[in-house]
Design a protein around this ligand. Structure first.
Ligand code: HEC
Length: 257
């Protein structure tokens, strides 16, 4: 138990110290002889790939929309569609945003409704998130296989498909902050949920756990989430499709008579 905890502690220290202290860490003597070893700077660097909304962590590089079209058609379109519209299985990446949204930084259909679904470009509020996600997770079958230039190019092409960037644009670490000022939902982020960012970044200190208990004239029934009528019956009855072991019991999703 104690050796387990020490090994975990070492791993945590290695992860938390990513950045300035990384080289010192690799040289540090292990505090627990015989248990693991300090991570090398190369190992730490391989993990340390996050790109923050203030664009810290973005590696230098660039990629054009034209190059992005090649990357897209070769490595992305099979799953996400030629125009980012995807197909029945995958959620569309592009669609539902307008030139007005690019100007205003709020996607109007998110509030007004009327668009069948929520695409990535409707929701994402920082270009860094797009870049980081493509860099760490895509293509789905070969994550981390893209070069830095390909990630810039694919991001640029996606933004071009969404009407955010013109066809002759080259996205780079130098101009990403300007491109951020064109992202359709850049002002759509809320911190009212109090879950993120933390107090230190200007968020609320506490999530919504302070509501006083109702002592008088309380609702007789609490409102749980429900399946809307139009979604019932689309996939049969989930209650009959779940495994019979374990605590999960599907809801009865048959269409109402
Ligand atoms: C083999 C299929 C496949 C390929 C190829 C693929 N993706 Fe994906 N992509 C997915 C799946 C599946 C998800 C959702 C993954 C998840 O939710 O964990 C996804 C998610 C994404 C998202 C985030 C969508 C969101 O709203 O959360 C982006 C952006 C993206 N892919 C870009 C790309 C790019 C760029 C390429 C090409 C370099 C690519 N993908 C190649 C299957 C694929």
């Amino acid at each position: 138990m104690s050796s387990c905890r020490s090994a975990l502690g070492l791993a945590m220290t290695a992860l938390l110290s990513i950045g300035a202290a990384s080289s010192a860490l690799a040289q540090a003597k292990p505090g627990y002889p015989g248990i693991g070893r300090a991570a090398t700077p190369q190992e730490v660097a391989a993990w340390d790939i996050d790109v923050r909304p203030d664009f810290k962590g973005l590696p230098p590089g660039s990629g054009s929309v034209a190059k992005g079209q090649e990357v897209w058609e070769g490595k992305c379109a099979a799953c996400h569609g030629v125009f980012g519209e995807s197909n029945e299985v995958f959620n569309p990446l592009v669609g539902g945003t307008t030139a007005d949204d690019v100007r205003n930084g709020r996607v109007a259909t998110l509030r007004a409704g009327g668009y069948p679904g929520r695409t990535t470009l409707m929701k994402v509020s920082s270009v860094s998130t797009l870049w980081d996600y493509i860099n760490r997770a895509m293509p789905w079958t070969q994550p981390k296989s893209l070069s830095v230039g390909e990630v810039y190019a694919a991001t640029a092409y996606l933004l071009h498909l969404g009407g955010v960037l013109p066809s002759d644009f080259t996205l780079s670490d130098k101009n990403m902050a300007e491109v951020q000022q064109r992202l359709p939902n850049r002002n759509g982020m809320t911190t009212e949920h109090a879950l993120w960012p933390g107090k230190e970044l200007g968020g609320k200190s506490k999530p919504d756990v302070t509501a006083p208990a109702c002592m008088k004239d309380c609702a007789a029934e609490t409102k749980a989430s429900t399946i809307p009528d139009h979604a019932r019956g689309l996939h049969g009855n989930l209650a009959e499709q779940n495994r019979t072991v374990g605590p999960q019991r599907g809801a009865d999703t048959r269409a109402r008579p």
